[in-house]
Design a protein around this ligand. Structure first.
Ligand code: CP
Length: 336
């Protein structure tokens, strides 16, 4: 495992399985270690959060440590991440000093930095996350960047294993209509981790909502290595046939980055059909319903499905805590 936790890309299936085993031991109470005793972890939030912030803070406490929560531009100075810029605008401090100072106080630095949905070619390279990783002198954890949300996908894989057991499953990840374009980190990471775990992944999305081409090549390769498969379809109804897991998420089109209104107008045609409802769930193989939350009721998914016994969204959110403890314990264990 690498010193940072930025995406699951570099982890083998075996390493992912071991992290899930560790998360399960934290959940059952079999692992009571306190590897963060006497140490602090910085959690840097450029964007809002409920689950990531609360579960990291609680997890750090349960591992014996102290969480230092920082919000650039609110509770701390505004931050510049670009190299060799003349900082005569609205940015007060450079990431270069910010993370090196934090590295003197903290054993790990977590950072949440969403896509701004302005410049696809730039944002797909995760510039802010990578600036943190390149200057930090301690491990960096991605708390959701423009392209990846690996802590979410780890909890998602844990939830699938917990609900349906180990082994290959038929997993549907379906785009859903939402009034505005959202970042692609969650679908990217869920699709990637599903492929790495060897599941048979179906990605359903309307035209122009395809995932990043390079990421698709990567995850197809991972699926081949792990004995799984990847299929992409525009047929939102047939996609549900035989699914064992239905994972709903909305995301913005990379073709409309910087043109929000064009995306909003284009997606209007998909509002009626691209929602998870009971009729679609009846086509599945008794699938569980998953969503990373927060979710807009009766927009992404109907109340009937979200409130049904098939919905595992609260367990999925709980598993964020256990999965993150496994990641923190692994990062600290490797360092000491
Ligand atoms: N799923 C997730 O990351 O939730 P928050 O945005 O509330 O942290």
């Amino acid at each position: 495992m690498c010193a940072n936790f930025l995406s699951t890309t570099d982890l083998t299936q075996d390493e992912l399985e071991r992290l899930l085993d560790g998360a399960a031991r934290f959940k059952s109470g079999d692992d009571q270690r306190k590897p963060l005793a006497g140490r602090s972890v910085a959690l840097v939030f450029f964007n809002p959060s409920l689950r990531t912030r609360a579960s990291m803070q609680v997890g750090i406490y349960e591992l014996g440590g102290n969480a230092v929560i920082l919000e650039p531009g609110a509770s701390t100075w505004t931050l510049e991440h670009r190299e060799a810029v003349v900082m005569d605008g609205d940015k007060t401090e450079h990431v270069k000093e910010f993370v090196r100072v934090l590295s003197r106080y903290c054993a790990v630095i977590g950072v949440r930095t969403f896509a701004r949905l302005e410049n696809w070619e730039e944002e797909r390279t995760d510039p802010v996350l990578n600036a943190f990783a390149s200057y930090a002198e301690v491990p960096v954890i991605n708390l959701e960047s423009a392209m990846h949300h690996p802590l979410q996908s780890l909890a998602d894989m844990m939830t699938i294993r917990e609900k349906l057991g180990s082994g290959r499953k038929r997993v549907l990840m379906t785009w859903a209509w939402h009034p505005k374009p959202l970042p692609m980190a969650v679908p990217n990471s869920f699709a990637l981790a599903s492929a790495q775990m060897g599941h048979d992944l179906v990605i359903a999305n309307p035209p122009l909502y395809e995932l990043d081409e390079e990421l698709m090549e990567t995850l197809k390769g991972k699926a081949r290595e792990a004995g799984g498969s990847v299929e992409v379809t525009n047929d939102v109804d047939a996609a549900f046939d035989g699914a064992e897991i239905v994972y709903a998420k909305s995301w913005g089109s990379r073709h409309f980055y910087g043109e929000t209104q064009s995306d909003v107008e284009h997606r209007g045609a998909f509002r009626a059909d691209w929602i998870v409802d009971a009729e679609k769930m009846r086509r599945t193989n008794d699938a569980v319903f998953m969503h990373c939350l927060p979710v807009r009721r009766n927009v992404i998914v109907t109340d009937e499905v979200l409130d049904s016994a098939a919905s595992v969204v609260i367990d999925e959110a709980e598993n964020r805590l256990h999965a993150q403890k496994a990641v923190l314990a692994k990062l600290i264990g490797e360092k000491s």
